[in-house]
Design a protein around this ligand. Structure first.
Ligand code: F6P
Length: 517
């Protein structure tokens, strides 16, 4: 192979095409320049718009998802196609025969193409292989993965079904395919074999485990080979990239270049890079400052009887990776060891139900009910309920109102790719008040160094961190929150998307030089 006239994809930050502060506008410009002449196809399991029947009417909802917020500006700027599972009960009603629907509904600028899955495939691919095998396998929270051949077969079948629909969208057009997450590990290879000229990138939103943990998967080689169909594979943090390189070196025949962080197999190279996902701090801060939100927060305080209370808040999907029982036990411990907080502090846990068809998720929901009942039984008085547990989905505005009320926000995930709740809380506090207690086993802990970082398995330490947070003086709270906000502002969601798009631009240039595009 001829020597390349530039280094592949790792010097992006130092080039002039890389702005220091990314905004929606700079992202728009970069997308227009880099994607010129290419059709953009985004693929995810969750769709960006869901149509549901409510009271005889079709309503369109936007799922609460960092992924949707991140990719919408890219889609709007490129006018491409987003391919996803059509999961709403009115999705078919509004789509054409091929499953296409123009979105956003109020001002269409790109196409959503829905993929229809049978109930059996949804059960075995999504609830089965994706969420009972890969999810626990990658998170390593001592939840044993379930490996069933029928789940694996459905995972393969659904990946194939998506591949065919993507190829139908691509036809002969020069295209960039951006695949999201662990639902589609086999898809890159399927696409690469059918269309060698495609540019393919994937972002893996969950952790990647060490080789020892990963090798228990009976289909490990097929999964790794599938992922090496990508030109670019992204993780949130460098540690997960490193784990992936080591897993490849230990499992399949391929040349691993640690220096360049890339892998070459069968003459094709996959670059592996960290892209820490984020959010739009300016948009969230502006909403958090609005008088409407202040009113909503005060209304919540009244409705929940929180007058005069300090509030510790947890916001999560109900998932065993989030460390919710550990946090409740820590709160119990806090009330034991520091009785001065009794009657003064209320723990509010918002838990959005999730994947509730899976037995481990049902068991967790029951465990949480019982823990909350125990704590309230032990300490409640006529005038004070220690724990308020709201196990229903809340709108983003509602969650923002809770962030405004929270003196302390606790993120105690046992392992997490990133965890956007931590960044949301910081974004929601332009008043510079509030303390973040954060598990050091989240990807976000690498960025948010000024949070009170804890090991969530160590219940006493977590209880102590809650005590420190509740007794921290105002000047320290302000200094920490200002530093956290500065970090989140620099690393915005537009930077995340912009870095991926720019890296794909560099890879396209490299492949043109090699003659493979
Ligand atoms: O963290 C990985 C992820 O897929 C996120 O992208 C998403 O917000 C979350 O899990 C919830 O996933 P689901 O689509 O299963 O509700």
């Amino acid at each position: 192979m001829r020597e390349l006239p530039f280094s592949p994809v790792d010097t992006l930050e130092s080039t002039e095409e890389f702005p220091r502060f990314w905004t929606r506008e700079t992202l728009h410009q970069v997308v227009e320049r880099v994607l010129q002449g290419y059709k953009l196809i985004v693929v995810s399991n969750r769709e960006p718009y869901v149509h549901r029947l409510e009271g005889g009417h079709v309503v369109c909802e936007r799922p609460v998802s960092g992924l949707v917020t991140a990719l919408e500006p890219v889609m709007r700027a490129s006018g491409g196609t987003w391919i996803a599972h059509g999961s709403g009960n009115a999705d078919r009603e509004v789509a054409d025969a091929a499953g296409r629907v123009p979105v956003p509904p109020e001002a269409p600028s790109y196409t959503l193409r829905r993929v229809w899955l049978s109930k059996e495939d949804e059960q075995d691919y999504y609830y089965g292989f994706a969420n009972q095998a890969l999810w626990p396998l990658c998170h390593i929270v001592f939840q044993r993965p379930v490996f069933r051949t029928e789940h694996w077969n459905a995972y393969r079948r659904v990946n194939r079904q998506f591949a065919e629909i993507i190829l139908d969208e691509v036809r002969d057009l020069a295209s960039i395919v951006l695949i999201q997450d662990y639902h589609f590990a086999l898809l890159p290879r399927m696409l690469r074999e059918a269309q060698p000229r495609l540019l393919i990138a994937q972002f893996w939103h969950i952790p990647w485990p060490n080789p020892e943990a990963f090798r228990i998967c009976p289909w490990s080689e097929e999964i790794l080979d599938g992922l090496l169909g990508n030109d670019l594979l992204g993780f949130h943090i460098r540690y997960h990239c490193q784990n992936f390189l080591e897993t490849i070196a230990a499992t399949v025949e391929a040349r691993v270049d640690e220096e360049q962080s890339c892998i070459t197999r069968r003459g094709r190279t996959t670059f592996v890079r960290p892209f820490p996902i984020s959010l739009d701090i300016d948009a969230i801060s502006e909403e958090a400052r609005s008088p409407v939100l202040a009113e909503r927060a005060e209304a919540l305080r009244r409705e929940l009887g929180l007058h005069g209370q300090r509030i510790v808040l947890g916001v999560d999907r109900i998932d065993y990776t989030k460390g919710i029982p550990e946090r409740l036990r820590a709160f119990d411990q806090l009330l034991q060891s520091h009785p001065e907080h009794r009657g003064q502090v209320t723990f509010v846990q918002i838990g959005a139900p999730s994947r509730s068809r899976i037995p481990t998720y049902k068991a967790l929901a029951a465990e949480l009910d019982s823990l909350v009942a125990d704590i309230n039984w032990k300490y409640a008085t006529d005038r004070w309920t220690p724990v308020i547990y709201l196990d229903v989905a809340h709108s983003p505005q509602e969650v923002l109102a809770f962030y405004r009320l929270a003196d302390v926000c606790v993120v105690s995930a046992l392992h997490d790719g990133m965890n956007l709740v931590a960044k949301e809380y910081v974004a929601a506090r332009p008043d510079l008040d509030g303390v973040l207690v954060l598990s050091r086993f989240t990807g976000v802990a690498r960025e948010l160094e000024e949070a009170l970082q804890v090991n969530p398995y160590a219940v006493d330490d977590l209880a102590h961190a809650l005590h420190l947070a509740l007794t921290m003086d105002a000047s320290e709270r302000r200094a920490r929150m200002a530093a956290l906000r500065d970090t989140v502002a620099r690393n915005s969601i537009y930077r995340w998307a912009g870095k991926i798009v720019s890296a794909m631009g560099r890879i396209a240039a490299r492949r043109r030089f090699e003659g493979t595009l």
